[in-house]
Design a protein around this ligand. Structure first.
Ligand code: GAR
Length: 237
């Protein structure tokens, strides 16, 4: 066990597959984080059951139980204090957090977003990527600031957009990349190798070779995506 593991809490609203990826990573002997608890704003979030099955404390803090966003945020903050959380990882948490809460956790709260930011902030990222005709799509992990999906970037993973992609096939390819990227990015933050300073991310790359620095930024691997060579040949000039 790594004695200096950071205590990380995860906020979810739904399926929780990124949460599960972080929990799985935290079970590795040399991973620098331990997952101390999960909070969901939705009682029906499937991720709650997955957290419980993994033996992790899972708490529902519903918005409608509180008069306003500030009171809801305060209840989340109190739950985080109860967990003894040092770092917060948003994993499909689909509610905006208030400015005070964000300020309080600034530099200690990260989020994963299903696009290559600053492109496609907000919702329906895969549909919009297809509509825009981009050939490369992906996911980003960033520090959370008051600017929605606009905080300093920590790590990004890219995937190709294939000719026959649907919203679902593209989402599945990005999600696979998310599950690899998020544990790497969280590890960087927990080890102090990625830190937010004056609105930017400072990366300390020393010692990253052993952990495979290349895993921090993924590039499209066409071989992995079983591209039909005949399709490619059609486009060769
Ligand atoms: C993930 O694709 C995550 O990037 C996205 O929601 C999904 C949650 O899936 N987050 C956002 O869109 C935040 N703006 P999961 O619950 O299976 O991790």
């Amino acid at each position: 066990m790594n004695a200096k593991r950071k205590r990380v809490a995860i906020l979810i609203s739904g399926r929780g597959s990124n949460m599960s990826a972080l929990i799985a990573a935290s079970r590795e002997a040399d991973y620098p984080a331990t997952i101390v608890g999960v909070i969901s704003d939705r009682p029906d979030a499937a991720g709650l059951r997955a957290a419980e099955a993994a033996g992790i404390a899972a708490v529902v803090v519903e918005r409608r139980s509180f008069a306003d966003r500030q009171a809801h945020d305060a209840a989340i903050d109190a739950t985080l204090a109860g967990f003894g959380a040092e770092i917060v990882a948003l994993a499909g948490y689909m509610r905006l957090l208030g400015a005070d809460f964000v300020q309080r956790w600034q530099g200690r709260m990260i989020n994963i977003h299903p696009s290559l930011l600053p492109g496609f902030k907000g919702l329906d990222t895969h549909r919009r990527a297809l509509d825009a005709g981009v050939r490369i799509h992906g996911c980003s992990v960033h520090f959370v600031t008051a600017d929605m999906d606009g905080g300093p970037l920590i790590a990004q993973a890219a995937v190709p957009v294939l000719a026959d992609d649907t919203e679902d096939s593209l989402a599945a390819r990005v999600l696979k990349a998310e599950h690899k990227l998020y544990p790497q990015a969280l590890a960087m933050v927990c080890e102090g190798r990625a830190a937010m300073e004056q609105g930017r991310t400072l990366i300390d790359a020393r010692g990253m070779v052993e952990r495979n620095a290349a895993q921090v930024l993924f590039a499209p691997d066409l071989a992995e995506e079983s591209v039909n060579i005949e399709d490619l040949a059609r486009f060769t000039p």
